[in-house]
Design a protein. Structure first.
Length: 194
């Protein structure tokens, strides 16, 4: 978090929670950015001196919204994976899980995004789009910001494309272009046949 604090701005929305106050989320906004361990006395907004649930010595987690984009295409984060550009199975053209939504990234999430986008030049970000014959088509995509559940797709999909989600290993390792799949409701995804 300390390495990413530079991308935060005064006034950015934040959610803070702590087990010491019952695990409830508290809505906040940034009033100062201080990295020093002894700067806690300066963290209360003097223009809004209401009772504050956090005290010195308490631990808490904070999700700081660093950027918000409205009306974007977003898919479940587990639908996006990477494939080697040189792999011949990664052929696909750009093409009801793609939604227009407001997508917000947090300090914790933005580190995941940069890990993928700053990775090897030999990797492509991809999703698998369901075709009419129940096969999947591997589609290269470009991603934007993400939150805990969704990732913005800036190129490669159109609204209404149905993307495949599922367990990490299935999407990241097992699925290949033109693999035949069976679509099941999310609650039946892990059922086993007896």
């Amino acid at each position: 978090l300390v390495t990413q604090i530079a991308s935060s701005q005064i006034g950015a929305a934040a959610q803070t929670s702590s087990n010491t106050i019952g695990g409830t989320d508290v809505s906040n906004y940034l009033v100062k950015i201080r990295i020093l361990y002894d700067s806690y006395s300066d963290l209360i907004d003097p223009s809004n001196p209401k009772k504050f649930p956090f005290r010195p010595g308490m631990s808490a987690s904070a999700d700081i919204q660093t950027q918000t984009n409205n009306n974007v295409l977003a898919v479940p984060i587990n639908a996006v994976t990477t494939r080697d550009k040189n792999d011949t199975a990664t052929v696909g053209n750009k093409s009801k899980d793609v939604k227009k939504k407001t997508n917000t990234t947090t300090e914790n999430d933005s580190s995941n995004q940069s890990a993928v986008s700053n990775g090897s030049d030999d990797l492509l970000e991809v999703v698998f789009v369901l075709q009419a014959d129940n096969t999947v088509k591997l589609v290269p995509v470009k991603s934007g910001i993400q939150d805990m559940n969704y990732i913005e797709i800036t190129d490669g999909l159109k609204e209404g494309d149905e993307v495949i989600t599922g367990p990490f290993t299935i999407v990241s390792k097992t699925l290949k272009n033109k693999t035949k799949v069976k679509v099941v409701p999310k609650d039946q995804l892990f059922e086993t046949k007896e």
